[in-house]
Design a protein around this ligand. Structure first.
Ligand code: NDP
Length: 446
């Protein structure tokens, strides 16, 4: 024990959650931000809200048996961590990736709790997934896997309880198979039990684009504070999945030029600007690798020698996975004159890289604020499901734009009040913490 209460909270989290470095990292980032808030609000310290927020309300781990196309039985592990429901039903995506384990799901659920609070919508936080690798699997295998996963998960979810959505490896196809099985088991067409649905069967326009669009809009707001704009800026976006593709689309609409993107096999530098139609055809229609994009454009495919962050840019958008932008990458970005970094992925920038970027005066948008457009639009999908309505693309995009501006402005205002103006990491953590904590206090000891 030390006489620093927040250091003691962290030690306790590490002791109770051994071998989960990503979860420790996510908690540590929040703890380093909230000291000034607890000093101003000792009642929250007395109520031990941060200690309670660090402990998930419920964790479910289960077996997912399924049969592959050769008739072999396969066994995966499924997870759902229901982190916090003070503000609303648990809400957060499902990730299918071989790296998924308890620590990864906990870090994502913890981040999600703060992110969802930042949207100002009635959403608690949760996350889930499985250590299943969808790469190279047939449609039938994906369907059987999703059906098996839902055969356990259905008893834990529901539109007033817990509402999963997509994440890495889980898009509209997977949500379709999951929703179909949920409907079949429960005998209810309960649209609000899952978001990210296809627009023909209860989904919302703009949900597919929302995280990437919202990210570009958040970056635009950060630049606006500095009397700059995305127009004319050279940008680099890592990844080439859902978040990356629609970030590129919105950056191009706002007049920026994205000159590189990647997948787990490497990156492509396309100095004339990414050809978005080709990228969508390669990644969304053909489910192929960046190598094919490079071949079609007559470019080099850099297969993991060097880093995408070596390509000079004004604005960087890490949109692939956690800890993909390291201290060495941040140094190169700063040396090349980057002016802003906005996180599309969850926790893609390592803590020492964040410090370096912020010390160098780079505008830094943390994922829990910058990528919150996806979950905010999921809440809009739930609103439409509840009222059996369907809004137009323009209306929904206008709502998303207003929400991203509000998240930006709220984080900025909190950074002015409690930290350094423009420290969005502190701003986002503080706003999220205050909203969740106050609800927890109001609801009694939960
Ligand atoms: P997708 O599965 O659609 O795309 C993920 C992309 O990142 C792919 O290009 C993938 O390459 C690459 N990638 C994944 N893991 C790795 C890895 N270990 N190393 C290198 N590249 C990797 O996922 P999303 O676009 O939905 O998610 C991307 C990030 O955004 C995640 O951090 C997610 O949590 C976050 N996020 C997503 C939201 C959403 O609405 N979808 C909302 C908020 C945050 P490959 O195909 O080769 O694996």
């Amino acid at each position: 024990m030390t006489d620093d209460p927040l250091a003691n909270v962290f030690d306790d989290v590490v002791r109770r959650n051994p071998g989960e470095p990503e979860f420790h990292q996510a908690v540590s980032e929040v703890l380093t931000s909230i000291g000034p808030v607890l000093a101003k609000h000792p009642e929250l310290a007395r109520q031990r809200t941060i200690e309670r927020i660090c402990e998930p309300e419920r964790q479910i781990i289960f077996r997912v048996p399924w049969v592959d196309d050769r008739g072999e039985i396969r066994i995966n592990r499924g997870f759902r961590v229901e982190f916090n429901s003070a503000l609303g039903p648990y809400k957060g995506g499902l990730r299918f990736h071989p790296s998924v384990n308890s620590g990864i799901v906990k870090f994502l659920g913890f981040e999600q709790t703060f992110k969802n609070a930042l949207t100002g919508m009635p959403l608690g936080g949760g996350k889930g997934g499985a250590d299943f690798d969808p790469k190279g699997r047939s449609d039938d295998e994906i369907m059987r896997f999703c059906q098996s996963l839902m055969t356990e998960l259905y008893r834990h979810i529901g539109h007033y309880t817990d509402v999963p959505a997509g994440d890495i490896g889980v898009g509209t196809r997977e949500i379709g198979y999951l929703f179909g099985q949920y409907k079949r088991i429960t005998n209810r067409y309960e649209s609000g039990a899952l978001t990210g649905k296809g627009v023909d069967w209860g989904g919302a326009l703009v949900r597919t684009e929302a995280t990437g669009y919202g990210l570009a809009l958040f970056a635009q707001e950060m630049l606006r504070v500095r009397n700059e704009a995305l127009e004319g800026k050279t940008c680099v976006v890592s990844g080439s999945g859902n978040v990356a593709i629609y970030a590129i689309e919105k950056i191009h609409q706002l007049g920026g030029r994205v000159v590189a993107c990647s997948d787990s096999t490497g990156y492509v530098h396309d100095p004339e600007g990414i050809d978005l139609d080709l990228l969508k055809s390669v990644k969304l229609d053909q489910r192929a690798r960046m190598e094919l994009y490079a071949a079609e454009r007559g470019l080099v495919h850099a297969s993991n020698n060097g880093s995408i962050w070596e390509i000079p840019c004004d604005v960087a958008f890490p949109c692939a996975t956690q800890n993909e932008l390291t201290l060495a990458d941040a140094r190169v970005l700063v040396d090349n004159g980057v002016s802003a970094v906005a996180e599309g992925a969850n926790m893609p920038t390592s803590p020492d890289a964040i410090d370096l970027l912020m010390d160098a005066g780079v505008a830094f948008g943390p994922g829990k604020a910058a990528n919150a457009g996806g979950v905010a639009t999921s809440a809009l999908e739930m609103q439409q499901n509840a009222s059996r309505d369907a809004w137009s693309f323009e209306h929904t995009e206008a709502r998303l734009t207003a929400i991203m501006k509000s998240i930006h402005d709220t984080c900025y205002a909190a950074s002015e009040k409690y930290a350094k103006p423009g420290n969005y990491v502190a701003g986002a953590n503080i706003v999220g913490f205050l909203r969740v904590s106050r609800a927890m206090v109001a609801l009694g000891l939960i």
